[in-house]
Design a protein around this ligand. Structure first.
Ligand SMILES: *Cc1c(COP(=O)(O)O)cnc(C)c1O
Length: 511
């Protein structure tokens, strides 16, 4: 076999305008592309009167399929932007619209949005210091800022994650490994699960996020390991039930090793009694993981800080920045009270984070993460906090809670809509269209139809959920630009649509 060695003259293609570098061509191309994108987005947002264009799924899918051909020569970037204008840009959900209020899906703060450009341009990888020389310290300091805010002890630490799913996974992983280490002297990392692993149990409330079960399943314990405890009338985990459950499990010779408390449940935003739960858990020597993916944002609040009482007594905490911290997806953190627990997930690779680096004090954040290559997401939060300041940031969050309280009381005064949570804990409002005298009507179906029609008419993006087997509508009022007049007009549309559906007069076709 002969190997042809390319000669120098063959390596002549000019790629200068493909990358940002010191040369003029790269800088010129970068500036041009950024300004073209900026102009296109200006046009899109200036004309976005509705939160959603209102097309049905099949039509959007077809429009996407139509742009999926790649020519061998490529096109100008401007042409590509024109081509994607309708199928991608206009067919997207406009999450910053005042009437987009379905999920814990926030309008992103502009400093966070443009931070994405810096993050992508620098393209640092957080796994090893030699790939993220300054970024390593930004992330480390941002974690420290957060642990100080929470008043976590000085032994604490943390890492940025892709979001609550990963953070909850890490909490249950570390809790499992720490327990098996102390109870059986079993090193799971090396030896796998202990023989008796089917006795392990995790306790959470029936309203905890589904990712608790998902984590238990992925960690080899199976969903059977998750024991759910009833919530009280305020949708909070009942401490009495937790005590009873712990007693019962111990009687059955089972091994509860972690209690997952929720600080901000997805539907009601309810906050489990953290102080009491952490003290019960302590009596039983079990790990407390607090899922504060949603409620963690209250750390910046001026009026609701007291709701986080007891958070600092947790063993580990999930916080999402892409929810109540208004950062673009994805951005989250996992915090642990004692950093030493990261040893259960740390591996040494000669090429990346050799043991000698640890000895020399070189920080390789891969030691704390379940990911290897990882984004410099900490910059988004850093730039947002710097630009907006903690005072206004806190007011912004408090104003959304006020809007939710206002909305709940406004709905309470409407004849045909009944409110489910007249005193919202954070900023979700749950209600259903239900005129006092209707018979022979499937109210669940009626509300499902209202939610869907609002979406397809582009009049409002709201969520639906189930409470005690009944369908309800849900508003997640994260957008501080949503005002009472938007709420009034949305509820007016809901009432009108409900009335029309009852009278059989609504045209169910897409607009
Ligand atoms: C959103 C959420 C999660 C999941 O987090 P992702 O960021 O979507 O991965 C977990 N728990 C709670 C309470 C949440 O609100």
């Amino acid at each position: 076999m002969t190997i042809t060695i390319p000669n120098a003259e063959k390596c002549t293609t000019n790629y200068d305008s493909f990358f940002l570098h010191q040369g003029e061509e790269g800088i010129g191309a970068f500036t041009q592309l950024v300004s073209q994108v900026s102009k296109k987005l200006q046009e899109i947002y200036a004309s976005a009167e509705q939160p959603f264009i209102g097309k049905n799924p099949t039509r959007i899918e077809e429009e996407i399929k139509q742009i999926m051909a790649f020519s061998s020569e490529g096109q100008t970037f401007e042409d590509v932007l024109d081509e994607i204008e309708t199928p991608i840009l206009k067919n997207s959900l406009h999450i910053s619209h005042e009437k987009s209020m379905a999920h814990l899906h926030c309008p992103p703060l502009l400093p966070g949005v443009v931070a994405e450009l810096i993050i992508a341009t620098l393209n640092q990888s957080m796994d090893s210091w030699d790939q993220s020389t300054a970024a390593t310290y930004v992330e480390t300091e941002m974690v420290e800022w957060l642990t100080k805010k929470i008043r976590f002890p000085s032994t604490s630490g943390g890492v940025f994650t892709s979001g609550g799913t990963q953070s909850n996974y890490m909490g249950i992983l570390l809790a499992r490994d720490a327990f098996c280490h102390s109870y059986w002297n079993q090193n799971i990392q090396q030896e796998g699960l202990p023989q008796d692993f089917t006795r392990l149990r995790v306790i959470c409330s029936e309203e905890a996020h589904f990712t608790v079960k998902k984590a238990a399943s992925q960690l080899g314990l199976g969903e059977q390991a998750v024991v759910t405890v009833k919530t009280d009338e305020n949708h909070r985990m009942s401490v009495r039930e937790v005590r009873e459950t712990l007693g019962q499990l111990e009687k059955e010779n089972l091994l509860p090793f972690a209690l997952v408390a929720t600080c901000g449940t997805t539907d009601f935003g309810s906050i489990d009694p953290l102080e009491e739960l952490t003290s019960v858990a302590k009596e039983h020597g079990i790990w407390v993981h607090v899922d504060a993916a949603y409620g963690g944002g209250l750390i910046l609040s001026h009026s609701h800080l007291d709701k986080l009482k007891g958070l600092n007594k947790a063993d580990s905490i999930t916080v999402d920045f892409h929810k109540l911290f208004y950062q673009p997806i994805s951005c989250g953190a996992f915090l642990v009270k004692n950093q030493k627990h990261f040893r259960y997930i740390s591996y040494h690779a000669d090429y990346l984070n050799p043991v000698e680096d640890d000895e020399e004090g070189i920080l390789n954040l891969v030691n704390k993460s379940v990911q290897t290559t990882r984004r410099f997401d900490a910059l988004k939060l850093f730039l947002s906090l710097k630009t907006i300041g903690t005072d206004l940031f806190g007011r912004l969050i408090d104003d959304t809670v006020k809007l939710a309280q206002y909305t709940a009381s406004y709905i309470d005064g409407l004849e045909n809509i009944s409110i489910q949570n007249s005193r919202p804990e954070i900023n979700t409002v749950i209600f259903r269209y239900q005129p006092p005298k209707i018979e022979g009507i499937d109210v669940n179906e009626l509300n499902r139809t209202i939610q869907q029609q609002l979406l397809y008419l582009g009049k409002g993006v709201i969520a639906k959920t189930t409470v005690n087997g009944k369908t309800f509508l849900k508003l997640t009022l994260l957008n501080p630009r949503t005002k009472p007049k938007d709420i009034h007009s949305l509820l007016h549309d809901i009432e009108k649509m409900g009335d029309e559906l009852l009278n059989g007069g609504l045209n169910i076709e897409e607009s």
